[in-house]
Design a binder for this molecule. Structure first.
Ligand code: UDP
Ligand code: MG
Length: 333
């Protein structure tokens, strides 16, 4: 039985054939420098339509430190990460993108902070290379908004690249909601947290999987998962409008009693009707966003299905997290 601590690195991969070999090479070199630990990298194939799975299979055959989880279809990055985390046995678990935008070398610093007693060590970007100003501006606006409306402090300019201790991971894995805004969930579990800074590199190869429509939906997911502020906004806006309408109504009645009734005010009427109609439709939509999510949660489906799972062959067995065992019993693996 090997008493060295195990570090699991979880890598979600969707159509990443162009970059996986380079990623594996760089991560292996890093593992060699982490000689005091046992290390494994777990590739999660998120229903790729290219040669990603063939590469993962080949890497699994050739390298005992590689594990593969093959999902039954594309579930999206948040769920792909969750699948990888479910299968990670490490005393510490790292999440990293496959495209080498997150420099693996930073893991050494993360491990140092973890050994110093931190449960969550996340990487904060000081610069993002190779991204458009529009993406940077919208991302920054989103984080500022989240900070204002949510009670959970979601760190700004932070992706999913982070290390979590076993206990933080076991806490996280108990959150099985369908709408998984992982950045928020990471923050929600709490524990001692430390940020380390880095410059985000451009993609090594391949293309981004996130267009603006996806990012918009991602932002909606973040907001609706972590705050009911939009619903409260409807309450207060409604209250204010009703107050104003009451005052205005009183004025009209008094005016009619004093000066008599002259048919006038068509523009006022139109503006009022259209404005109120618009506001009502908008907030019906907001209600719908929440209602739809309740609908999805109540179905209580498993988060994903796997076609096949190939554990790594790092020695020493590692431990099967309790939550993981529960997921096994529920037939999720
Ligand atoms: N990814 C995934 N499933 C998806 C979309 C993306 O597993 O449906 C993975 C992708 O392979 C990569 C990571 O998520 O490892 C980040 O994706 P990408 O680089 O496209 O996002 P960006 O860095 O542009 O935000
Ligand atoms: Mg990327």
């Amino acid at each position: 039985m090997n008493s060295q601590k195990l570090i699991s690195v979880v890598v979600p991969a969707y159509n990443e054939e162009a970059v996986l070999d380079a990623f594996h090479q760089r991560m292996s070199a890093l593992f060699d420098t982490l000689a005091a630990y046992r290390c494994e990298m777990i590739f999660v194939n998120d229903g790729s339509r290219d040669g990603t799975q063939a590469i993962i299979d080949r890497l699994c055959d050739a390298d005992p430190r590689v594990a593969g989880v093959n999902l039954s279809r594309n579930f999206g990055k948040e769920i792909a990460m969750t699948a990888g985390l479910d299968h990670a046995r490490g005393d510490a678990v790292v999440i990293i993108d496959a495209d080498l935008q997150d420099p693996p070398e930073l893991i050494v610093d993360m491990v140092r902070e973890w050994e110093a007693g931190y449960d969550v060590v996340y990487a904060k970007r000081t610069a993002r290379e190779g991204e458009t100003w529009l993406k940077k501006a919208t991302a920054s606006a989103f984080y500022r908004l989240m900070k204002r409306v949510s009670r959970v402090a979601i760190p700004q300019d932070t992706g999913d690249f982070r290390l979590m201790s076993r206990r933080a991971m076991d806490a996280l894995l108990q959150l099985r909601e369908q709408h998984r805004f992982m950045k928020g969930l990471f923050a929600w579990v709490g524990y001692r947290t430390k940020a380390i800074e880095y410059r985000r590199d451009p993609r090594a190869a391949g293309e981004t999987k996130f267009n603006y429509w996806k990012l918009w939906n991602f932002a909606l997911e973040g907001i609706t998962s972590f705050t009911i502020a939009p619903l409260k906004l409807a309450t207060y806006l409604g209250l204010a409008t009703a107050g104003l309408a009451f005052a205005f109504g009183t004025w009209i009645i008094v005016k009619t009693l004093v000066f008599g009734e002259v048919v006038q005010g068509f523009p006022t009427l139109m503006v009022t009707i259209l404005f109120l109609g618009g506001v009502q439709l908008f907030f019906t939509g907001v209600l719908g966003e929440y209602l739809g999510r309740i609908f999805n949660e109540t179905k209580n489906r498993p988060l994903y299905f796997t076609q096949d799972v190939r554990p790594s062959r790092v020695g020493g067995g590692g431990r099967v997290p309790t939550v993981r065992a529960a997921a096994d019993r529920a037939g999720l693996a």
